[in-house]
Design a binder for this molecule. Sequence first.
Ligand code: HEC
Ligand code: HEC
Ligand code: HEC
Ligand code: HEC
Ligand code: HEC
Ligand code: HEC
Length: 401
Amino acid sequence: MISCVYKINCRLIWLFVLLFSLPGSSGAMDNATFLQQFTYNYEEQQFNDQLDLVRLNKPIIPGAVADLVKEAMSDKQAFEDRMRQLNIASAIAYMYLHWHQDDSLIKLVAPLIQKELLKEQKRTAEIMKWKKEERFLGNFVMKQHEDEMVRQNLSMVLYPHWLHRILYECKVCHNDIFKMKRWEGNLSHQSMEKGALCGTCHNGTAAFAMHEKSDCNRCHIAGSPNAEHLHHPEKVKQTAIKEMAEKIGAQWRPENLPDGRLPLDRFRFIDWMKLKENDVFTPVASLDKNHTEEIRDNRILFASQSGFVSDVIFDHKIHSDWIQCATCHPAVFKDELGANKMKMTDMSKGFYCGSCHGKVSFTFADCLRCHKKTTGKLSMDESRTTDALRRPAQPPLNKTP
Ligand code: HEC
Ligand code: HEC
Ligand code: HEC
Ligand code: HEC
Ligand code: HEC
Ligand code: HEC
């Protein structure tokens, strides 16, 4: 069956299929045509047409439903598509009972739907179980090798991005030590003991080692009450951070904190920009002594296309201070002014700005940190935009590229 990416395209496809497959008499209809027509009417909520189709096509319906169920249950089907198809099968089954007094199709479809819903419940429960451990932005639970850890009675690993961010710029780890994507690299002790991944630093010199029995639970700590200090940065002893920083050649100056506390944003995550503005920290920029900084010092204006939000200014300098050019270009953005057609919906799915924001950097819920509120549009506010590059006009949003 045709899978539909965009609802609009989908309708057109069904309409096309309908126009060219209308049977001379309903008796001549085959399974595929029946399913196409039923699905079209189902999605258009043409209830009477659905009923007619089931009334007129009795002989082929058990076969058609079997085809649909087979496709729904195939391994490559995503949960949402599978449920959509099973729901259609279920609608046919109930109409079949109504017209033809036969409940065999319901008996086929209903248990499958129940089983799938149960499976999905279990899956989301598993995710939610760990969500709690990831409630602080950038705290990741690492559990690719869950079975081996369970076998050795170890907790899963909790990786605190924020603590490492105080000590190191992003460019130290991304992308030389870690890809900027979870679940893509295989994190195993075999590689780490050879000095890769976490073992680049956790070798007993820069940071505590990985092979000391007494230290296993400093990383294998997810879900344990001892992990509290990693979920509440404001509770960490400033002197401890200062010591860690000095040991590796970074700097932490708690005396510059306005009220002696870590600045938090509206969502109680660390406000890194405030830390930077108050000159509280100087993370290590590279593990390589001969490293040269590559900074791009300009700002780019994203003119708002919506009367609803103000413009966005992207500061290249702030970003390239912390982040390697190669982390963003070309993997996340083409390095050409206006070449990236980004929409808010793509970003909230983790693309473009959403590759970092909402995962490790401040979250999308904080609209006004990007769509800065001023009186009138930013593009008219000269003081903020005299040095900003303007992107060429973008196509209107309602046009699909
Ligand atoms: C000390 C090392 C280290 C530093 C410094 C670091 N990260 Fe990471 N980052 C990691 C690790 C480890 C992962 C997970 C990789 C994996 O699961 O294979 C990761 C993953 C990510 C991801 C992927 C998230 C996802 O959901 O796929 C993003 C985004 C990210 N980091 C952004 C940043 C940013 C932005 C900075 C700087 C502000 C930064 N990181 C600093 C180690 C680091
Ligand atoms: C670029 C160097 C670097 C890399 C890579 C790195 N760390 Fe660290 N990590 C440190 C330093 C330095 C500290 C501070 C602790 C110390 O001084 O021993 C630290 C501290 C920690 C802590 C806090 C422990 C505590 O008791 O407060 C955890 C947990 C941790 N690292 C886990 C990891 C994990 C898991 C990885 C790999 C996914 C990793 N780190 C990769 C340098 C690194
Ligand atoms: C610096 C952090 C760190 C320390 C310390 C550490 N581990 Fe791990 N460990 C990890 C990470 C990261 C993984 C991969 C997690 C995943 O599966 O996603 C891991 C995975 C494992 C696994 C399953 C996969 C594999 O490679 O075998 C076992 C078993 C394990 N650790 C045992 C230990 C033991 C035993 C100790 C103490 C002697 C220890 N770890 C100390 C970070 C650490
Ligand atoms: C956080 C991600 C990020 C980082 C890091 C980054 N860029 Fe960009 N870059 C962007 C975005 C976003 C645009 C705008 C693209 C658009 O208009 O569609 C851009 C545009 C550009 C452009 C075209 C506009 C201009 O500034 O002339 C160039 C060239 C460029 N980047 C080079 C670099 C270089 C060199 C570095 C490293 C010093 C770098 N970028 C670091 C995100 C980044
Ligand atoms: C590779 C990771 C990454 C990507 C991609 C990225 N950012 Fe950021 N951004 C950061 C980091 C790190 C900070 C520092 C603050 C923090 O982490 O909360 C930051 C800070 C900011 C700030 C606050 C600084 C300022 O200029 O006042 C804004 C606004 C911002 N980003 C907008 C954007 C926009 C818009 C995009 C997409 C065009 C984008 N970012 C893409 C990592 C990223
Ligand atoms: C990390 C920065 C960032 C944050 C946070 C952010 N936006 Fe955006 N937003 C952008 C960028 C970049 C664009 C693209 C501008 C363009 O080229 O049209 C955009 C575009 C938009 C648009 C124009 C229509 C569209 O889909 O592109 C709307 C509406 C919008 N944002 C609403 C919001 C709302 C509401 C929030 C808070 C829930 C929010 N944004 C948070 C960066 C951000």
